[in-house]
Design a protein around this ligand. Structure first.
Ligand SMILES: NC(=O)c1ccc[n+]([C@@H]2O[C@H](COP(=O)([O-])OP(=O)(O)OC[C@H]3O[C@@H](n4cnc5c(N)ncnc54)[C@H](O)[C@@H]3O)[C@@H](O)[C@H]2O)c1
Length: 289
């Protein structure tokens, strides 16, 4: 195949398909991997995809929490009623370990026959003042939040390239990757890099009909923010948000569902800030007029 040939990405409906839905005419064959699916955003994303008819491989480092979370998926919704099979499967793995990541793609394909969507959501956060940031925390944060997105993207895209009919990748970055916040040297830098990595991936994978997009969530109520956000942090966030509130995990899952769908068939290399308006804010004056 010449580079000329592989660069021609067909529009949906013309020749080989370029979007996730168009690539899989049988709705029940849509297959996704969601990392960090044991709790928080990952659990909500997996739930939403199951509701939308996807088959989902749920991946997390924390096996017990993963199985506990999966037990809450509504029986019947998460079942293929024709085949009588569960549409989700739990897999314990570390996104920063390339062998683990290869294994998770292998398991998804063994279990569900193919792969159409990778949601790189797993992440870690630790807050330290710049001067006190331990090198071990910096390395661990970059390893999981950035290298994890790289290797998950590579493994997924290799499988999608082999299938030959496109796919979608959604990376979860953060508002902290769009604007710096106190104590977020490692976290914010890792997330800023994910936003750029998304563009790089989109450039190199477009020729295979693989779309790559990113979400930069603002503060969302999850175990991560319950651990790290004190009352003062919460007030500092909400006072600068047009919507003046934390998001719900389901509101981020809705954006993933859109980016994975055929409605986003011409969208790639983009970052959507789902942040209640924080990144749009300038002056926040409560006095009218
Ligand atoms: N909650 C927020 O307000 C918010 C805002 C912006 C971005 N994010 C991002 O969204 C993602 C999910 O955040 P959350 O709030 O649900 O976090 P969380 O801590 O509640 O859940 C993260 C999950 O990822 C898993 N995980 C961590 N390291 C892993 C690894 N190496 N391999 C596999 N799994 C691993 C954890 O076990 C956990 O289940 C993260 O990337 C986070 O940085 C969250």
């Amino acid at each position: 195949m010449t580079s000329q040939e592989i660069r021609q990405t067909p529009a949906p409906g013309a020749g080989p398909k370029s979007s996730t839905e168009a690539a899989t005419p049988d709705e029940k064959r849509k297959v996704a991997i969601v990392t960090g699916a044991a709790r928080g955003l990952g659990a909500a994303i997996a739930n939403r995809l199951l509701d939308d008819g996807w088959n989902v491989l749920l991946v997390d480092l924390d096996g017990p929490a993963l199985h506990e979370s999966a037990a809450n998926y509504v029986p019947g919704v998460a079942k293929d009623t024709d085949r009588g099979e569960d549409r989700f499967f739990c897999h314990v793995g570390d996104v920063s370990n390339a062998d683990d990541v290869d294994a998770m793609v292998r398991v998804a394909v063994e279990r569900f026959g193919r792969l159409d969507l990778m949601v790189s959501n797993a992440g870690v956060a630790a807050l330290h003042d710049f001067l006190d940031l331990p090198l071990s925390v910096w390395r661990k944060t970059l390893d999981v939040n950035l290298t994890g997105v790289l290797v998950c993207g590579q493994a997924a895209a290799r499988q999608m390239r082999e299938q030959g009919d496109g796919g979608a990748i959604v990376n979860i970055a953060s508002l902290a990757g769009l604007a710096a916040g106190t104590g977020r040297t490692a976290y914010g830098t890792s997330k800023a890099a994910v936003i750029h990595l998304t563009k790089q991936m989109a450039m190199d994978l477009g020729r295979y009909g693989i779309r790559v997009n990113c979400i930069a969530p603002g503060p969302v109520d999850t175990p991560m923010t319950r651990k790290h956000h004190q009352e003062t942090t919460r007030r500092a966030f909400t006072s600068r948000m047009a919507l003046s509130r934390y998001g719900a995990p389901e509101e981020i899952a809705g954006v993933v569902a859109y980016l994975a769908s055929n409605d986003a068939g011409f969208v790639t290399g983009q970052t959507i800030a789902a942040d209640g308006g924080f990144s749009a804010a300038g002056l926040m004056d409560s006095t009218p007029g």
